[in-house]
Design a protein around this ligand. Structure first.
Ligand SMILES: Nc1ncnc2c1ncn2[C@@H]1O[C@H](COP(=O)(O)OP(=O)(O)OP(=O)(O)O)[C@@H](O)[C@H]1O
Ligand SMILES: [Mg+2]
Length: 537
């Protein structure tokens, strides 16, 4: 394959501006052969360096405006092209983002073959030739240019798929998972918020229907968000009750730890003995005893002993006790968190994730966690997703994914991210597992691929860590501005396409992509069930 093939000669560089060149086409015949058209790619022979550019506009060459008589007549044309890449002429695979190199006036311009473009795109982000590329789609401007994208360039710095409803985010996520699954052994976990991905032929768990998150693995702040104890009156009592229940369990001193009229020495000694386990921030205590223990905490407090019941303090706990009783007795929550009487066919999601991730498990490489049945009351959906996220975060920090990185796909990520605003009391810790994964886990091999309607939903800290954006139709100016800021490599010109993209069309922008790619994403083999229902007469 020749980079500059004289048979594909188009014309000469006639003007140079920052980022752009004008081209003089001596003959209009080239257009009849389908070359040099707007949206098409051209290469420029600049001596030591070659340039790849995309045609932006064409117009009749000025002096000849008068002599055009009919469409068959010969005339010359000038056009404008945006310079996208610079490469070494001797080694065209050595691609750089345009920097300070420009061709000279008079440099020859050629049309660029589909094959050559495909090669450039495959080289984006590749650090070694062995790295694999996965098929994702084709150029919108030319369906014959298939785009195989480096797997690492796509995910290694996290990926966000954004766009208005119906733009094609869920289908893109399905296509990404399908391509990763066909071409690599990478394991993926999908958070399916709306239950759309039933068509995926893979291991699936429906939280609350066949699986539960063991409450013992919730963090104390997660439990606080579920129960929302009130400030100074309830929070310390709840925390003390949790400590006491942990002591009771660890020391096997019965179901609850009796306090009224007892000296404090035994408690203090046991606390010292089990301090690390008590303060491990997890809910690994018997939650069915929590209400009884709270009552036990409401006692008078002396220097070395507890006294009689403190009725006033107990009265203050009424709303908290109500909430706990309500939560423990609601069948739905029981099925989600396994508080008591876990149905026999239910499996712990933690156990299922461990089993799925085990190196010996080679059958499935996607685990779908369906959250459609999870109620949003008590913020259960966010808390559950956050708890699973925290669990994976800890595994990542433990270097479990260093050898075999995994990708976490989160559709409808706005339901899980940045929920701080939903939680009215600023005292509670935000649900920040996914933020922390975005910030910390690139180097630990836990990669995020988020899909959301509004890029504004992604917390700023996490947003700034995202290296790849697949942007579907996007209309809102503020959302466009977020993308513009986050993906510095995207020029304003290319972003102007965003409001008019069709379903499945998207702009791929990223740190590792030397130029933005306007793609029509391939239809996945098993698309999610997300068709818009049709209104009928
Ligand atoms: N790559 C594609 N090729 C062809 N059609 C597509 C493609 N992607 C999406 N579509 C069409 O667009 C519809 C909506 O796509 P999808 O459900 O992925 O949108 P979405 O962005 O996830 O919307 P929402 O934000 O409401 O979840 C699909 O049902 C399908 O008809
Ligand atoms: Mg969707």
């Amino acid at each position: 394959m020749k980079t500059f093939d004289k048979d594909s000669f188009l014309g000469f560089v006639s003007k140079i501006e920052a980022g752009y060149i004008d081209i003089y086409f001596p003959s209009s015949e080239v257009f009849n052969k389908g070359r040099g058209q707007v949206g098409g790619f051209v290469v420029i022979d600049g001596g030591q360096f070659g340039f790849l550019a995309r045609m932006d506009s064409l117009n009749l060459h000025k002096q000849e405006n008068e002599i055009i008589k009919d469409s068959s007549s010969q005339f010359s044309v000038s056009g404008r092209a945006e310079i996208l890449l610079v490469f070494e002429t001797k080694n065209p695979d050595n691609v750089q983002k345009t920097a300070f190199q420009y061709p000279n006036i008079g440099a020859q311009v050629f049309s660029c073959s589909d094959e050559q473009i495909q090669k450039y795109i495959e080289s984006f982000g590749k650090k070694t030739p062995q790295e694999i590329c996965i098929p994702l789609g084709a150029f919108v401007s030319s369906g014959s240019i298939k785009c195989n994208i480096s797997l690492n360039a796509l995910f290694q710095r996290h990926c966000a798929v954004v766009g208005t409803t119906g733009g094609g985010k869920s289908w893109t996520l399905a296509k990404l998972m399908e391509s990763v699954s066909k071409n690599s052994k990478t394991k993926m976990i999908l958070f399916d918020a709306a239950g759309e991905y039933g068509s995926l032929k893979t291991k699936s768990l429906v939280l609350g229907e066949d699986s539960y998150f063991p409450y013992q693995k919730l963090s104390i702040p997660d439990l606080f968000i579920l129960l929302r104890p009130q400030g100074e009156s309830q929070k310390p009592t709840l925390l003390e009750a949790i400590r006491s229940l942990k002591i009771a369990k660890l020391s096997q001193k019965g179901d609850i730890f009796k306090k009224a009229y007892n000296p404090r020495k035994e408690y203090n000694d046991l606390y010292r003995q089990y301090c690390v386990d008590i303060e491990n921030n997890l809910c690994d205590f018997e939650i069915s005893n929590l209400i009884a223990q709270i009552k036990e905490e409401c006692v008078l407090y002396f220097a070395d002993a507890w006294g009689a019941a403190d009725i006033k303090l107990y009265d203050l706990q009424a709303s908290l006790i109500n909430k706990i009783a309500n939560m423990l007795n609601t069948a739905l929550f029981n099925k989600l968190f396994g508080f008591k009487d876990i149905p026999q066919n239910f499996v712990s999601i933690i156990y299922a994730i461990e089993k799925f991730l085990a190196p010996s498990q080679k059958e499935d490489n996607i685990l779908r966690i369906n959250l459609e049945n999870v109620s949003s009351s008590f913020s259960a959906k966010e808390i559950l997703a956050n708890a699973i996220g925290s669990y994976l975060l800890n595994k990542a920090r433990n270097r479990d994914f260093k050898e075999n990185p995994i990708i976490l796909f989160i559709d409808e990520a706005h339901q899980f991210l940045n929920r701080k605003s939903n939680i009215d009391n600023a005292d509670y810790q935000p649900l920040e597992a996914f933020d922390l994964i975005a910030k910390e886990c690139r180097k630990f091999g836990l990669f995020l691929c988020l899909a959301t309607q509004m890029p504004r939903d992604i917390p700023e800290g996490a947003l700034s860590q995202i290296g790849t954006f697949i942007v579907h139709r996007l209309i809102n100016e503020r959302d466009k501005a977020v993308i513009e800021n986050a993906a510095s490599s995207a020029g304003k010109d290319i972003l102007s396409f965003l409001p008019s993209l069709g379903a499945g069309e998207a702009l791929l922008i990223g740190i590792d992509f030397q130029m933005p790619l306007l793609l029509k994403i391939d239809k996945p083999q098993n698309p999610p069930h997300s068709d818009t229902p049709i209104l009928k007469s």
